[in-house]
Write a protein that binds this ligand. Structure first.
Ligand code: SAM
Ligand code: SF4
Length: 311
């Protein structure tokens, strides 16, 4: 098998956008059933054979790194629900050219794994946290405990998985009255908070009745409740979010407005599903099947040709 050297610069797509970022979903399973993401009964389980093995995922990351992709974010489903994740992190951290390795997690298993993840080479985590009220937390996640996530956050901080970003999906009538509380934590505790507009995905149409809370409304509420926002450079690992700060705050505030912001111009990522489909755009159904290629014996050069097609 040939082993091309990592290219020093990110590949450009047809619109001249540098693609640096690969999101790797390691599983589509999850220990939560967040109301906006999954139906209560969960999703149809894929068999182990349908999922890419860690070795296959690593090969895709090697191929991507060879093209100049330098950032990998592990996600899911819940990435920590897949067994052996710290060992997989070590595999990915050892891939030449991968400079930034992070994970998005619901945080509930972080207390158990943070130290091992950091030792394996994970650099930082994004933790999804939509409310600071235990009863609401149980309602939104349908099975989670807020205390577990708070313990997970403490363990991540202790292990140095920083900067930690907190992702809050804002939902009218469910947690939109906590927007100001999260902003105040960015000042008081140095939290990096990212407010996310609810997207109509994941079979949530049945219960998402109200008008989505858009970024302009979230921003206006923060400014009314917590003070004026100043635009700043974001913490490490910026994606398509814009960053702000309350006066004197250590933490930052970001907005991810898939619906109101049209951030396509600054999009810099490819996504790999747990069963090996490469998705260039979240808003499009177009995808490239890498699993078939991998199982037909594709080498790095052939994988790179498929990645280049997606780019
Ligand atoms: N399970 C992990 C977690 O919750 O962080 C990683 C996967 S989860 C799909 C990644 C992110 O997508 C989370 O921050 C979650 O809040 C967000 N998300 C899920 N469904 C969404 C929706 N319908 N609209 C906006 N964001 C959503
Ligand atoms: Fe699971 Fe994350 Fe979806 Fe919640 S948002 S159900 S934690 S995958």
């Amino acid at each position: 098998m040939s082993n091309p050297r990592p290219s020093p610069s990110a590949p450009l797509d047809r619109r001249g956008r540098p693609l640096r970022d690969l999101r790797v979903s390691v599983t589509d399973r999850c220990n939560f059933r967040c109301v906006y993401c999954m139906p209560e009964e969960g999703i149809a389980k894929r068999s182990h054979e349908e999922m890419l093995s860690y070795e296959e995922l690593e090969l895709v990351v090697r191929a991507a790194a060879g093209l100049g992709i330098s950032k990998v974010r592990l996600t899911g489903g819940e990435p920590l629900a897949r067994l052996g994740l710290p060992d997989f992190v070590a595999q990915i951290a050892a891939v030449p050219g991968i400079e930034d390795l992070s994970m998005t997690t619901n945080g509930t298993l972080l207390a158990r794994h943070a130290a091992a993840l950091a030792a394996a080479g994970l650099q930082r985590v994004n933790v999804s946290l939509d409310t600071l009220r235990p009863d609401r937390f149980a309602r939104i996640t349908r099975r989670g405990r807020l205390a577990d996530v708070l313990e997970g956050l403490a363990a991540a901080r202790q292990a140095g998985l920083e900067p930690i970003k907190l992702n809050m999906v804002v939902i009218r009538g469910l947690n939109d009255d906590e927007v100001g509380d999260f902003a105040r934590h960015s000042a008081g505790d140095g939290w990096h908070v990212r407010y996310i507009e609810l997207m109509p995905i994941g079979g949530n149409a049945a219960w998402v009745g109200g008008e989505p809370v858009g970024v302009p409304e979230i921003r206006a509420r923060i400014e009314a409740e917590a003070g004026p926002l100043q635009e700043v450079h974001g913490p490490a690992g910026n994606g398509p979010a814009r960053y702000y700060r309350l006066p004197g705050a250590r933490g930052t505030i970001g907005f991810i407005g898939a619906l109101s912001d049209h951030f396509c111009a600054s999009c810099n990522r490819l996504r790999l599903t747990a069963d090996g489909r490469l998705r260039p755009c979240l808003m499009s159904d177009r995808e490239i099947d890498l699993r078939g290629a991998l199982r037909a014996g594709a080498d790095l050069v052939e994988l790179q040709a498929l990645l280049a097609r997606a780019i």
